[in-house]
Design a protein around this ligand. Structure first.
Ligand code: G3P
Length: 215
């Protein structure tokens, strides 16, 4: 299973990439806006740090514009993956970009049928937003299971990204289902790393080790 970090915060990307637990990065316009920096500068700085795939969103709405925008974004670095919206125009663009060798991540997917269409169009990655589904009272992880079943049934090449992760359980469930990638916000990676019993255990060991030193 691969882990991407879902942020445009360069300090956070450095922190977790250096631990060795992060394979790639996903961004979106909201995350770039939060960074308060120029889009191109942030993307290029991330690309200097991370060798794995970096998803960057194209925001045009019409196929030809999406292709032009995707070509421009892809030229920033060889490991850029262009996020394309889950629309008919978006899927048309994915088909062309696939032939041009530009990697795509079809984003804002909320159903198994949308995922199937994106996979058929030739998307490199398909991003299903589980947190936003859960927030509407739907079961995000059920959609993840359905998408994995479909990809396996037909040997489709697209990799499933579990996105919009809200808590560590989403990551555990994704791993049990066998999803290819989870894209995780920094605060959830932090929660995955720690456990109160680990902290307690460390405190006790440190205290006892001190006693041993004193003889
Ligand atoms: O980057 C895509 C996705 O993970 C963002 O999800 O719902 O936290 O905005 P959300």
């Amino acid at each position: 299973m691969e882990f991407f970090i879902d942020t445009a915060d360069v300090a956070m990307i450095k922190k977790y990439y250096n631990i060795g637990v992060v394979d790639g990065v996903t961004t979106n316009p909201t995350l770039i806006a939060k960074s308060g920096r120029r889009f191109e500068d942030v993307v290029k700085e991330i690309a200097e740090i991370v060798k794995g795939p970096i998803s960057v969103e194209a925001c045009s709405t019409v196929c030809d514009d999406l292709i032009t925008e995707a070509k421009k974004i892809a030229a920033y670095s060889e490991n850029i993956v262009v996020k394309i919206p889950m629309t008919a125009e978006g899927l048309k663009a994915v088909k062309v970009l696939d032939k041009l060798g530009i990697k795509t991540n079809v984003t804002l997917i909320f159903s198994a049928n949308q995922a199937l269409l994106a996979a058929k169009a030739g998307a490199t990655y398909i991003s299903v937003f589980v947190g936003r589904l859960d927030e509407r009272g739907q079961d995000g992880m059920e959609v993840i299971q359905e998408v994995m079943d479909i990809l396996d049934n037909y040997d489709l090449d697209s990799k499933l990204i579990v996105a919009s992760i809200r808590h560590p359980r989403h990551v555990t469930d994704s791993a049990r289902i066998g999803a290819h990638v989870a894209t995780i916000p920094p605060e959830i990676i932090e929660k995955m790393l720690s456990h109160p019993l680990t902290d307690d255990g460390l405190r006790i060991f440190a205290k006892d080790w001190e006693k041993v030193q004193k003889g």
